[in-house]
Write a protein that binds this ligand. Structure first.
Ligand code: HEC
Ligand code: HEC
Ligand code: HEC
Ligand code: HEC
Ligand code: HEC
Length: 388
C-alpha cells in the first residue's frame, strides 16, 4: 500500500502521467468524414432524397433512435457515465462535440478531449445514420458499386458484412463496478448452428428486388428496417418485428378426468433466431403467462414463466442467473391445475420486455415509454369431466 502511495506521489510530482492509446475499438469514434464527392451533406435526410425507401425503413429502426432514445439520454446524463457510450450510438467523429485523443493512464474516465470544430449537432440526432455504416475515407461504401451513383462510391464487401454489425453488437466489458456493457450477440451467433449458414444480414436485412434509388432499375437490395424485438421506443411508433420463439401447445389436452392429475405442458423453442433469445441488452426478458379462465371469464389459475438474465447491479454488477434459450433449444413448462368439473379456457400469452416499469420510473422516462409488447396469444378449450 505504502509503495503504491509513494509511486503515485512520484508520478504526480513529475507530472508525467502516461497517456495511453485505446484498447477497445469502441473507445474511439469513426474518424472524421468529409462529404463524398457529388453529395451536399452526410445527413440521412439528404440520402433519403434519392434513396427514399431505404430512408423510410431506416427511420422506423431503433438505429435511427439510438441517440434520441430517452433511456440512453437519461443514462448518459448521469455523472458516472463514461464518454465512450456515444461511439456506438452516434459513431462518427462528425457527430461528436469532442475529439478524444487518448486516455490518461488508460482510464476511460480520464479521456483527453479537444473541442471538435467539425461537430454537426443535427447529424448527431440521427444516431446510427446512413453514413455511420456507409461512409469511410470520404466515399460511400457499398457491397457492390453499380457505376450509376452520382456520388463517389467504392466496394468493400468485408466492411458491409456481419463484421460491421458485430463491431457494435458484441461488447463485453465491465466499465465500472456498477456499469456493465454486455451484448454478446456476435459470440452467440458464432457459437450456434447458423454460423456459416446465415448472417445477421440474412435475417435482419432480408433481400428484396427493387430499385436501389429513385428512378434506377430493379436490382438486388436489402430492407433497412433492422427489425428485431419489435418493442417500439415510443407508444406512437410501430416497428417491424421478428419473433424468435415458437410455442407448441400440443401438450394441452381438451379433456381431463376430474380424478386425473391435470397437467398442461407448454413448450417454447427458439426456432428462428440466429443467437440466444433474448439477446443484446441484459435487461431484456420474455414472459409467458398462462391463465385458466372459467365460463364467466374469471381467472381461476395463473402461472408465469420468465426467460432472461438476472443481474445484481449494486454495489458490484454481476450476473446471477441466465436461462436465455440457445438457438434450437426448447423448454417445457408443466402446469398442474386443480379444477372442479366444468368448461374452461386456457389462455397463453407471450410478452417481450425491453425494460421494467421500475427502470422507467427510476430514469423518469414518462408514461409513453413502452416497456414491452404482447407478441403471442392463443386460447385452448379445456373440459374437466366429472367421474361417472
Ligand atoms: C442525388 C441522389 C443521391 C443521393 C443524395 C445519394 N445517393 Fe446513393 N445512389 C444514388 C444512385 C442513383 C445510386 C445507384 C443506384 C442503382 O442504380 O443501383 C446510388 C447508389 C448508392 C449505393 C450503392 C453503391 C453504388 O455506388 O451503386 C449506396 C450504398 C448508396 N448509394 C448510399 C448512399 C448514402 C449513404 C447517401 C447519403 C450519404 C447517398 N447514397 C446519397 C443516388 C443518390
Ligand atoms: C460497443 C457498442 C456499444 C457501446 C460502447 C454502448 N452501447 Fe448501448 N447499445 C449497444 C447495442 C448494440 C444496443 C442494442 C442492444 C439490444 O437491442 O438489446 C444498445 C442499446 C442501448 C440502450 C437501449 C436499451 C434497450 O433495451 O432499449 C441503452 C439505454 C444504451 N445502449 C445505453 C448505453 C450507455 C449508457 C452506454 C455507455 C455506458 C452504452 N450504451 C455504450 C451498443 C453499445
Ligand atoms: C454503430 C454501432 C452499430 C452498428 C454498426 C450496428 N448496430 Fe444494430 N444497434 C446498435 C444500437 C446502439 C442499437 C440500439 C438502439 C436503441 O435501442 O436505442 C441497435 C439496435 C439493433 C436492432 C434492434 C433491436 C431491437 O429489437 O430493438 C437490431 C435488430 C440490430 N441493431 C441489428 C443490426 C445489424 C443486422 C447490423 C449490421 C448490418 C447492425 N445492427 C449494425 C448499434 C449498431
Ligand atoms: C447499420 C448499418 C447500415 C445503416 C445505418 C444503413 N445501411 Fe444501407 N446497407 C447496409 C448493408 C450491410 C448493406 C449491404 C447489403 C448487401 O448488399 O448485402 C446496405 C446496402 C445499401 C444500399 C445498396 C442497395 C441495397 O439496398 O442493398 C443502399 C443504396 C443503402 N444501403 C442505402 C442506405 C441509406 C440511404 C441509409 C440511411 C437511410 C442506409 N443505407 C443505412 C447497412 C446499413
Ligand atoms: C437465423 C436468423 C437470425 C440471425 C442469423 C441473426 N438474428 Fe438477430 N434476431 C433474429 C430473430 C428472429 C430475433 C427476434 C427475437 C425475439 O425477440 O423474439 C432477433 C433479435 C435480435 C436483436 C434484438 C434483441 C432480441 O432479443 O430480440 C438483436 C439486437 C439482434 N437480433 C442482432 C443480431 C446480430 C448482430 C446478428 C449477427 C451476429 C444476428 N442478430 C443474427 C434472427 C436472427
Amino acid at each position: 500500500m505504502l509503495l503504491v502511495v509513494v509511486v503515485f506521489s512520484i508520478w504526480n510530482m513529475l507530472d508525467t502521467e502516461p497517456v495511453n492509446g485505446f484498447h477497445k475499438p469502441w473507445e474511439q469514434a469513426v474518424p472524421l468524414q468529409p462529404v463524398p464527392e457529388g453529395l451536399q451533406s452526410l445527413s440521412a435526410a439528404d440520402c433519403g432524397n434519392c434513396h427514399q425507401e431505404h430512408y423510410r425503413e431506416w427511420q422506423k429502426s431503433t438505429h435511427a433512435l439510438a441517440w434520441v432514445d430517452p433511456q440512453f439520454q437519461a443514462e448518459i446524463a448521469k455523472d458516472n457515465s463514461p464518454y465512450m457510450c456515444i461511439n456506438c450510438h452516434a459513431p462518427l467523429q462528425n457527430q461528436q462535440p469532442f475529439v478524444v485523443t487518448g486516455l490518461l493512464e488508460g482510464d476511460i474516465y480520464r479521456p483527453i478531449k479537444h473541442a471538435n470544430p467539425d461537430y454537426d449537432s443535427l447529424l448527431r440526432q440521427e444516431g446510427i445514420t446512413c453514413a455511420a455504416c456507409h461512409v469511410r475515407d470520404g466515399q460511400v461504401v457499398a457491397r457492390q458499386v453499380s457505376g450509376r451513383a452520382p456520388h463517389a462510391s467504392r466496394a468493400d464487401a468485408r466492411h458491409l458484412s456481419e463484421q460491421l454489425c458485430i463491431s457494435c453488437h458484441n461488447a463485453s466489458a465491465v466499465v465500472t463496478p456498477d456499469l456493465v456493457c454486455s451484448f454478446e450477440t456476435g459470440d452467440e451467433w458464432r457459437a450456434g448452428p447458423y454460423f456459416g449458414q446465415k448472417t445477421c444480414l440474412d435475417c435482419h436485412m432480408p433481400a428484396v428486388k427493387r430499385p436501389a434509388a429513385a428512378g434506377s432499375d430493379t436490382t438486388m437490395s436489402r430492407l433497412h428496417y433492422f427489425m428485431g424485438s419489435g418493442i417500439p421506443k415510443h407508444d406512437t411508433l410501430t416497428t417491424e418485428r421478428l419473433d424468435g420463439l415458437v410455442y407448441d401447445l400440443s401438450g394441452i389436452k381438451t379433456e381431463y378426468g376430474a380424478a386425473d392429475s391435470i397437467v398442461l405442458a407448454i413448450t417454447v423453442a427458439n426456432k428462428v433466431a440466429g443467437h440466444r433469445v433474448p439477446t443484446g441488452d441484459p435487461e431484456r426478458f420474455i414472459l409467458t403467462v398462462v391463465t385458466i379462465e372459467d365460463t364467466a371469464g374469471r381467472v381461476v389459475q395463473a402461472d408465469t414463466f420468465r426467460i432472461g438474465e438476472k443481474w445484481v447491479w449494486y454495489p458490484e454488477a454481476h450476473k446471477v442467473a441466465d436461462n436465455n434459450l440457445n438457438p434450437g433449444e426448447s423448454r417445457t413448462y408443466q402446469i398442474s391445475a386443480h379444477l372442479s368439473p366444468g368448461h374452461f379456457t386456457v389462455r397463453i400469452r407471450g410478452y417481450k420486455f425491453r425494460t421494467t416499469e421500475e427502470m422507467v420510473r427510476y430514469n423518469k422516462l414518462g408514461d409513453d415509454y413502452p416497456t414491452h409488447i404482447l407478441f403471442y396469444e392463443r386460447t385452448r378449450p379445456l373440459r374437466v369431466v366429472a367421474p361417472a
